[in-house]
Design a protein around this ligand. Structure first.
Ligand SMILES: O=C(O)CCC(=O)C(=O)O
Ligand SMILES: [Fe+2]
Length: 348
C-alpha cells in the first residue's frame, strides 16, 4: 500500500470509530479536515455516506416556525437584489417570505466558480466514460455514487441506452469531488448558520434536490413552469440556493431562469392553461399572475445567486440568441424537523 493509501485508510478508520458511536457530525468534520490536505475520492464519498446516515439516525424533533420578517423590501418591483456581504437570515426572510425570493450578487468567488465548473465538466466526462465501459480509478472522484444513496436511477440525464453527453444534470452526491467543494463553499459563506437562523433549527440538504447543471443553448425552446413544492412533499420548509456559474439570463448569451416575483404561498394548478406536461403550470396561468406581479428573466453574472423556496414559480429560461452552455448548481435545503424522507436528506 502506498503512503497515501495508508493515510486514507487510517483516516477512514478514525472516522468510522466516531460514526459507530453515533457521532456522525464529528466523523464528517474529521473526514473534511483530512480531505482539505489533498482531496481523496474515498474520503469524499464516505463523508457523504455519513451525512446521509447521520441525518437518518438523528431525532430532529418538532419545531414550530416563526415566519415573521421586517418587510424591508416592501414597495419595490421584482425580486430584491443585495450584495453578498449583506446576506443574513433577516435579508433572506424579508426576501423569500416578503417578496418571493432574493437575488444575491457575487455570492461565489472566482476561484470557487472555476473549481465548480471544472468539477461539473469532470462529472459529465466521467459519467460518459463509465457508461461506455472506459471508467478508470481516476474517474471515481468525479462520478461515483456513495453507498448510502438509495433508490432512483443510477444516473439521470441519459439519452437512453446509457448514452451520455457532456451536458444535462447530475446529482451532486454522485460527484463526491463536486459535493465536497460545494460543502466547503457553504461553510465559508456561513450558510449553515444563516439557514439555522432562518428556520429556527438546523437545515439539511437532499440527495435528490442537490443538482449540478449544464444547460445547453436551446434557442426558442420552452421549459416547464413549475413550483418544486408540487412534488417535494407536504408540510415542508425549504430554501433553494441557485447559483449561476455562467453569465446568463436577460442580455446574456446563455439560458438563465425565469421567475415569477411573488410571495403568494400557494401551490398552483398544473396541467391546465396550455401546460405541456401534467406537472407544469401553463403559460396562460403565468400570464394571469403576470397581471399582478412581475415575471422576470434576471441577468446573472457568474457567482450571482438567487434564493427562493418551494412556492416559487420558475423555469429554465431559454432565449432566442443563446450561444453558450449555462452552468449552475441548485441546492435545496430543508428544515430538519420536516425534511421529506423521500428526498433523502443529508447533514451538511
Ligand atoms: O437550473 C435550471 O434551469 C432550473 C432550476 C430549478 O428549477 C430549480 O433550481 O429549482
Ligand atoms: Fe425548480
Amino acid at each position: 500500500m502506498s503512503e497515501i493509501d495508508t493515510r486514507v485508510q487510517q483516516v477512514l478508520q478514525q472516522a468510522a470509530e466516531l460514526a459507530v458511536r453515533n457521532d456522525y457530525r464529528s466523523a464528517m468534520d474529521y473526514l473534511a479536515e483530512a480531505n482539505r490536505a489533498g482531496g481523496e475520492a474515498e474520503l469524499e464519498r464516505q463523508l457523504l455516506n455519513y451525512a446521509i446516515d447521520g441525518f437518518a439516525m438523528a431525532d430532529h424533533g418538532q419545531v414550530a416556525w416563526n415566519t415573521q420578517h421586517d418587510d424591508r423590501f416592501a414597495g419595490g418591483q421584482g425580486l430584491p437584489v443585495i450584495e453578498a456581504a449583506d446576506l443574513d437570515a433577516d435579508m433572506l426572510r424579508a426576501g423569500i417570505l416578503g417578496r418571493g425570493g432574493l437575488i444575491v450578487r457575487g455570492l461565489m468567488d472566482e476561484a470557487q466558480i472555476t473549481a465548480t465548473r471544472a468539477c461539473i465538466d469532470q462529472a459529465f466526462e466521467a459519467r460518459k466514460a463509465i457508461a461506455e465501459g472506459e471508467g478508470t480509478a481516476e474517474h471515481q472522484r468525479s462520478f461515483a455514487r456513495p453507498e448510502s444513496v438509495s433508490g432512483g436511477p443510477v444516473q439521470f440525464g441519459s439519452l437512453g441506452n446509457n448514452q451520455y453527453t457532456n451536458s444535462g444534470s447530475v446529482w451532486a452526491v454522485d460527484s463526491p469531488q463536486a459535493a465536497f467543494s460545494m460543502l466547503e463553499f457553504y461553510r465559508r459563506i456561513g450558510l449553515p448558520e444563516i439557514l439555522q437562523a432562518y428556520f429556527g433549527e438546523p437545515a439539511s440538504l437532499s440527495v435528490r434536490k442537490w443538482v449540478l447543471r449544464c444547460v445547453p443553448p436551446n434557442n426558442g425552446a420552452e421549459s416547464g413552469w413549475h413550483q418544486d413544492g408540487q412534488f417535494m412533499g407536504e408540510g415542508i420548509r425549504t430554501v433553494n440556493l441557485w447559483v449561476a456559474l455562467t453569465d446568463c439570463g436577460e442580455g446574456a448569451e446563455a439560458p438563465g431562469i425565469d421567475i415569477v416575483a411573488d410571495n403568494n404561498r400557494e401551490i398552483y394548478p398544473t396541467g391546465t392553461h396550455g401546460a405541456p406536461f401534467d406537472w407544469t403550470v401553463g403559460q396562460g396561468f403565468v400570464d394571469e399572475l403576470g397581471q399582478r406581479c412581475p415575471v422576470q428573466r434576471p441577468h446573472f453574472k457568474p457567482g450571482d445567486a438567487v434564493f427562493f423556496d418551494h412556492y416559487n414559480l420558475h423555469r429554465t429560461g431559454f432565449g432566442t440568441a443563446d450561444k453558450n452552455h449555462r452552468y449552475a448548481v441548485e441546492s435545496w435545503f430543508f428544515a430538519n424537523s420536516v425534511a421529506p424522507a423521500k428526498q433523502q436528506p443529508l447533514l451538511f
